[in-house]
Design a binder for this molecule. Structure first.
Ligand code: BGC
Length: 353
């Protein structure tokens, strides 16, 4: 064979190889009325109830069929629900995991079937069977909570030093340690310089976590902190990871005859909006569900059209791989800015009367 022929053969082979690779890598789109599965961890807080309704409505409005299920904090139930979504031929599975580390096997199966997997609100950990995660920045959420607690103490509890306690969310939820880490990045320097005193000495996440995010478990811990450490001193502030737990902390404090401490929160739940308006809870963090659901559906549309996952600058290591994260900013809410924050949310504005 002449060297010219060898050269052109090589070029042809290279082109064939490139074509094969690009065929293999081109994301496959799917039918515009495909079925999309959504698996939520539970319906125990307002944000998940909203997601449950909004995914149904918004997916259908976008032309898809929707299977939306919640798993009552039980990992095997969530695994089974995802398995049945796979059997039902869904093209995308959106998951808010109960436990970030327990879905690897079933999601690997989804991936092997060519199903896209999107984490919703929470990271999916220790697996490469995840195409991306849509969430409000979880460390930033904690930073916002810590800052609100400090600002509230200065505004409402005089000069300090301030007696405080710390609460975390459910330890299986990958958000919970991140919220705590974010908050402690703000609070730890103030503990170190003596401005804040954690009277119980309980400052590790493992000591402060609230199993399964159960409000009554937080209330029981708060009761025992108050009777054990605060029988003759005042508690000035409490870091709370969400609104349900904040209300449990406030209720326990009221029942113990304490003046209400400054308490942080998360989710801007309806009941909390009222409590903030009445001055009973100091702050919350808004992470609007409708926007997060809309963002998720925008990504699903991109997949449907064959454009793959949209570009994003944020990647977060999930214990095995770097995952593309589509991050939205959480918003601090106090009585001062509450009307401004919810100006376009008639149902929440209705509560400010
Ligand atoms: C969510 C919060 C919610 C909590 C308990 C977290 O992962 O980000 O919005 O309050 O779970 O349901």
């Amino acid at each position: 064979m002449s060297s010219k022929r060898i050269a052109s053969l090589l070029i042809a082979l290279t082109m064939l190889f490139a074509a094969t690779v690009s065929i293999a890598e081109a994301p496959a789109g799917f039918e515009a009325d495909a079925t999309i599965g959504v698996s939520l961890p539970w319906l125990g807080t307002q944000n998940w109830m909203e997601a449950n309704d909004m995914f149904k409505t918004q997916l259908e409005a976008a032309g898809f069929k929707a299977i939306v299920q919640a798993a009552d904090q039980k990992v095997p139930q969530q695994q089974q629900q995802i398995e049945s979504m796979i059997e039902n031929g869904v093209k995308v599975i959106v998951v808010g995991p109960i436990d970030g580390t327990q879905l690897g096997v079933v999601l690997e199966q989804a991936k092997a079937d060519g199903i896209y997997v999107i984490g919703y609100d929470r990271m999916i950990e220790n697996t490469d069977a995840v195409d991306g995660v849509v969430q409000y920045g979880s460390i930033q959420t904690g930073v916002t909570q810590g800052e609100a607690l400090l600002a509230g103490l200065a505004a409402q509890k005089g000069e300090g030093p301030y007696n405080i306690e710390l609460f975390g969310g459910g330890p299986a939820d990958p958000n919970a340690p991140n919220f705590f880490i974010g908050a402690m990045s703000v609070l730890q320097p103030k503990i170190d310089d003596g401005t804040l005193v954690v009277v119980s000495g309980q400052t590790e996440f493992s000591q402060c976590a609230t199993l399964d995010w159960e409000n009554n478990k937080a209330q029981a811990r708060m009761d025992s902190l108050l009777s054990g450490f605060y029988s003759d001193i005042e508690i000035h502030g409490v870091l709370s990871p969400n609104d349900g737990i904040a209300r449990a902390i406030i209720t326990a404090s009221e029942q113990a005859g304490q003046e209400i401490p400054v308490v942080s929160g998360l989710d801007a739940e309806n009941e909390t909006i009222t409590w903030i308006w009445e001055g009973r809870q100091y702050s919350t963090v808004a992470k609007p569900t409708d926007i997060l659901v809309a963002k998720t559906i925008e990504i699903i549309k991109s997949l449907q059209e064959g454009n793959g996952m949209p570009e994003t600058e944020t990647q977060i290591y999930n214990g095995l791989v770097d995952v593309n994260v589509y991050e939205l900013p959480p918003v601090a809410v106090t009585r001062e800015n509450i009307e401004e924050v919810f100006a376009n949310d008639p149902s929440r504005m209705e509560l400010l009367k």
